[in-house]
Design a protein around this ligand. Structure first.
Ligand code: FE2
Length: 186
């Protein structure tokens, strides 16, 4: 039997080579912004010159993702926001409608904290592995229902915007600050 890979889902991962140069500086800038009780901030870093260095780097990484897909059009970031997660806050599974490519950049994050979870867009109606509430099962590339990526300062995740993703309740008392960018055709 030869397994042919059909319909794969791809999440791009990049580590910012200059995170130590921008982290404190950017944290100081965003400390003056307004946040709701969950840590959401409407400020749009993609259109703010103070974040030019990061915006250009994210544009470049997204461009590599675009080339991988052999998309021919020019893509630009059209919306962005900031999230400074508070204890007990979470993100229910959602997608980013209206965009083609979405990203999350961890300005500050730690691997023991709540991860970024992507769900398999093809729901399996049966439970062939026999998973129960009391018995977890080992899955693999063919059977994964979710994939979890731990946070890390300077790490960028890139994905097609239709892919459902979320974050479980934050329980650790450490910083989890993200910039989220959304790209569409120019
Ligand atoms: Fe999201």
């Amino acid at each position: 039997m030869t397994p042919l890979v059909h319909f794969p889902q791809v999440v791009g991962v990049s580590d910012c080579p200059f995170i130590n140069k921008i982290q404190d500086k950017y944290k100081k800038i965003i400390s003056k912004y307004k946040y709701d009780d969950y840590g959401f901030c409407k400020e749009a870093p993609h259109s703010n010159k103070k974040f030019n260095l990061l915006n250009k780097w994210i544009d470049g990484e997204v461009n590599k993702f675009i080339k991988l897909h052999e998309y021919k059009d020019k893509f630009v970031c059209k919306d962005s926001w900031i999230y400074n997660y508070q204890i007990a806050s979470n993100q229910p599974y959602h997608s980013h409608p209206g965009y083609i490519i979405s990203t999350v950049f961890f300005l500050e994050g730690y691997e023991e904290d709540s991860g970024l979870i992507f769900t398999n867009p093809i729901p399996d109606m049966k439970n062939a592995l026999g998973e129960t509430a009391k018995k977890s099962v080992k899955t693999n590339i063919w059977t994964n229902r979710t994939i979890t990526h731990p946070p890390k300062s300077g790490r960028l995740f890139i994905w097609r915007s239709y892919l459902m993703h979320g974050v479980k309740n934050k329980v650790k008392n450490c910083k989890r600050i993200v910039f989220s960018h959304n790209y569409d055709k120019k």
